[in-house]
Design a binder for this molecule. Sequence first.
Ligand code: ZN
Length: 493
Amino acid sequence: MKPIFLFSNLTLLFLTSCLLFSKPTEATPEQIPATATAKSPNDRSIYRDGLTPEYQPILDQLSYASMYDIKFNIADDLFHITGSETVIYTNAEDLELKEVKFRLFPNTLGGDMHVNEVFVNNEAIIPNYTLDDSLLTVPLKKPLQPQENTTLRMEFNITVPQSIDLNYGVLAYYGNVLALAHAYPMIAVYDDEGWNAEIPPQSGDVTYSDMSFFLVTVDAPKSLTLVGSGREISSQENGSRQTVSYEAGPVRDFYLAASPDYEVVSKEVNGITLRFYSSDKFQPGANSAIETAVKSLEVFGKRYTPYPYSELDFVTTPTYALGIEYPGMIAITEWIVDPDNSYLEATVAHEIAHQWFYNLVGNDQLDDPWLDESLSQYATLQYFSDTYGQTGALGFRLDLEGRWNSIGQAEIPVGLPVRDYTGSEYSGIVYGRGGLFFEALRDEMGNEKFDAFMKEYVKTNAWDIATPQKFQSQAELVCGCDLTDLFNDWIFP
Ligand SMILES: [Zn+2]
């Protein structure tokens, strides 16, 4: 994510003007027979074309990845959603699990999400709710043994907020755009903390998730242009309604945006289709964003590893963040989609960097935001220097410094969880000082070893979850050096 208020004093002015934006002006749940989705967890052929050929072999791996089958029904009012979810969950831990936990993020994002019925292997189960109803715990009558899988099924409904006041408006129907972020029961990550869940702070990204596979069917008014993560696999119209299906996987989330105003600009490069959806008036900015996207994919592909999917979609939304990353999809706030807007190029490059740092290589975005945000800031600096040379990168480097300067270059550790920063510290440290840390690391390791390390880090953690400890130990392994002092000076408290 690139939060808007995190840029500089200049951005604060923009935020104020953003607040001047004026506000714009039920469906039945679909019954999903359990048998319709009880596919073999190994049947992944439908995901093949969503990956570039060199990544298709990953489909034969990730045997523990959850398999989601989700139906959304968007009511004619565009802010009431009903849905159902069937998910095959496999226990990837080396201990038995007595419960499975789901995040209901709309309940922390200003919306309202209710789960109506929960079935475990077709048997009705009474779940319980904690963390302000954002954590649903499904007890298992028979504990799930390592490598065993279970099928969970539930129905849900969501009232989408008609404002963008909370968490940058990632989940909202506002300004004629429906943005559905994290709008389904999402399985939490089980890690060394157990089921890892907290109420997300207002700054920062809200999810922490494992790689999963998604089949999603959306029933919605025909007037909407729908844009979903992954690849559209079918669409049909029925009177005033339409039904569109998507496959996405392996990915960490499924995102959907919809608007009657969306027009598309697209381009295909090296087997990857780039599409930018926005209202017509943003078309010059959309073209400019696509050009940046093409260059970013080339820079990051060379520096880290090629982009894995056959599609990358952009949508404009009225979000308070400059941009927000989703797997294979990026939301860009409307007001910067202009070829003359100085935020556009950096925001597009930053959000594309997240396709490597957040999606391909995952991390706990709430506990270790530097692993995705600071690293994406540094990757953006690399984008500018690889594209325009050192001089051309000066502006963005000054932006990193400016953010840190805005809090008086306070030596607050870069490696704190989001909840431990104030809003201005989060900007100054994670988006400013954190980006500069990677320069210090590069200087310590030497250019060649640093570049080799970054490739190695992405390769060994791809499709998995990285941690600060893994990051440091892999860097030390590549350089054959002790980086304890550097990490203690910059990262760790
Ligand atoms: Zn970001």
